[in-house]
Design a protein around this ligand. Sequence first.
Ligand code: G
Ligand code: G
Ligand code: MN
Ligand code: NA
Length: 254
Amino acid sequence: LELDKDLDNALAEEEFVLYFQPQLDLNDSSINSVEALIRWQHPRRGLLPPVDFIPLAEESGRITDIGRWVVMAACRQLAKWQNSPFSNLRIAVNLSGRELDDESIVDHIQNTLESHGVPADRLEVELTEEIFIQNIEHNLNQLSKLHKLGVHLAIDDFGVGYSSLGYLRDFPVDLLKIDRSFITDVTERHDNAVITRAVINLAHNLGIQVVAEGVETREQLNFLKDHRCDLIQGYLISRPIPADELEKALGAGL
Ligand code: G
Ligand code: G
Ligand code: MN
Ligand code: NA
């Protein structure tokens, strides 16, 4: 409850910060995209992870304003990177179903990209399968508009939701992110290996790229490379880190 009240201040005082976790392209070992993960630098409690305040913000409706801040902060970072050695980077932001419900979020994204002079294809939006279960028509309309702008669309935590596969046909999806639970023991468990290979083939046959989440070992990397996964994300490459650390790591040839 106390935290809930503090959330109002947090936006006004800019206490939120974006951390970035890079994705490694397995084709050429380059890093062209990073996922933005929000943190809250709370004045008394220290650095709080999203699990401590995003569910709270979803309940109170403050998530709408937080989401708008995330989009703004991502565009601000992209604008900074434009005339730098990091101009190739794309940023993926997480949007919940609740945030997509907001009719004006697409306009906000378009306006924020434009006012920062950032091309739409530098931005990616990660959505979970929940958006294919409720408000389907509204969500399809929102995502079609975003896709037309040039924003890339990724399905997060793929494989653990309750939605049908039909949406891969009906929605403009650019990327699938295979949930970490399949990757953790992909080299030890035959079933997870089979599921991972099948998801990669399914996605590729639909013209969709695949990101493996939660990659922690060299063995997992090799397995995913052998089976033509496009990108990997996880502690093996890097934890989520602040922008200045990311720049240092990339500069040093991460
Ligand atoms: O940062 P961490 O790895 O702890 O992220 C935990 C969860 O919080 C992830 O599921 C992620 O999707 C979610 N999350 C992180 N940043 C944001 C954000 O900016 N908006 C929303 N809605 N969720 C986020
Ligand atoms: O948006 P999403 O639900 O994918 O959020 C990513 C979450 O997974 C974040 O909390 C991030 O810190 C965490 N994470 C990222 N890479 C790894 C990893 O390699 N291993 C584990 N255990 N967690 C990870
Ligand atoms: Mn994500
Ligand atoms: Na995920």
